[in-house]
Design a protein around this ligand. Structure first.
Ligand code: GUN
Length: 294
């Protein structure tokens, strides 16, 4: 039987309506949620991503501030800009678009962002809290708010919206990046899945993937996950955004064959991608709200 498609675009649109209302509520309390982006250099894909983040902010009424520095910037220039944004009371959320030019040390930059304004959840204090959480409820309560990295959070919302039970399931995350693979594994663990992180050095990757009830592909290689790697009825989430020779965007999963075996599957485009941007809006509202409470 063919898999059910998880329509990220539709879920994201519905969430935007809710977020727009939350922004209205914040505005009634005198707060205009503000997101500042910092882009260094001329990476064309990064420019496109940042532009779409600003457009999404505009759609829901979030104020967005666009900062761009030249590709040959020094670490001090970047940290100087981050510090200004940390001190700016109109900015509740800061996003430094990755990757950075090679001369800029990414850890130094992520460390410089105030954990209270860390919209990506990449600050070590926030990532540490995510990894330490025994349960999701530890991440957002009266005492603390931990922003969860946007792509993993988007995938979690998709699983919840589809009514997929995570507790007790075998989850395999293919890819160990700081942006997606590692935080996704931590998030699934906090939801009580049994989690494996697989990567390029994993022995018997195919067998490992076949054991997954929930399979997350975050590799960056066109159609690397084929139907022989997927368990009958598995939930398959595809984070890949790869450009084919014909210019079309496609995922890490061979959608056409895998959809005949999976229970649920995300398409590319229109799956995980739109959810990532909406989670950025959600985290901005979360941080603006916590500003109100501090
Ligand atoms: N580059 C690719 N994905 C991301 C992301 O989620 N956040 C940031 N800051 N940069 C990225």
């Amino acid at each position: 039987m063919s898999a059910r498609i998880i329509d990220g675009k539709a879920i994201a649109s519905a969430l935007k309506v809710e977020i727009k209302q939350e922004v209205e509520n914040l505005k009634s309390s005198g707060i205009i949620p503000g997101l500042a982006t910092l882009l260094i250099g001329e990476n064309p894909a990064s420019h496109i991503y940042v532009k779409s983040k600003h457009r999404a902010c505009q759609e829901v009424g979030i104020a967005s501030f666009d900062h761009v520095l030249p590709a040959d910037s020094k670490l001090e220039d970047v940290i100087g800009t981050v510090n200004k944004l940390n001190a700016d009371r109109t900015v509740h959320a800061i996003l430094v678009q990755l990757p950075l030019p090679p001369q800029i040390d990414v850890d130094s930059v992520l460390n410089a962002i105030s954990p209270w304004k860390d919209v990506d959840g990449f600050h070590p204090a926030n990532l540490g809290r995510l990894f330490a959480a025994k349960d999701l409820s530890e991440l957002s309560n009266d005492k603390r708010v931990v922003p969860i990295p946007c792509t993993p959070q988007g995938m979690l919302v998709m699983l919840q919206k589809c009514g997929v039970t995570i507790a007790g399931k075998k989850a395999v995350v293919v890819g160990r990046s700081m942006i997606v693979g590692k935080p996704m594994a931590a998030l699934l663990l906090a939801c009580h899945a049994t989690v494996t992180i697989a990567h390029s050095k994993t022995k018997d990757l195919e067998g490992c993937c076949r054991g997954a009830d929930i399979l997350v592909a975050a590799i960056g290689k066109i159609h690397m996950i084929h139907s022989g790697m997927v368990q009958e009825g598995a939930v398959v989430l595809d984070v890949g955004i790869n450009r084919q020779p014909d210019g079309k965007i496609t995922g890490d999963v061979d959608f056409d064959s895998v959809k005949e075996k999976a229970g649920w599957i995300t398409p590319v485009p229109g799956g995980v991608g739109p959810m990532t941007i909406v989670m950025l809006l959600k985290n901005t509202v979360l941080l603006a709200n916590s500003f109100l409470k501090r």
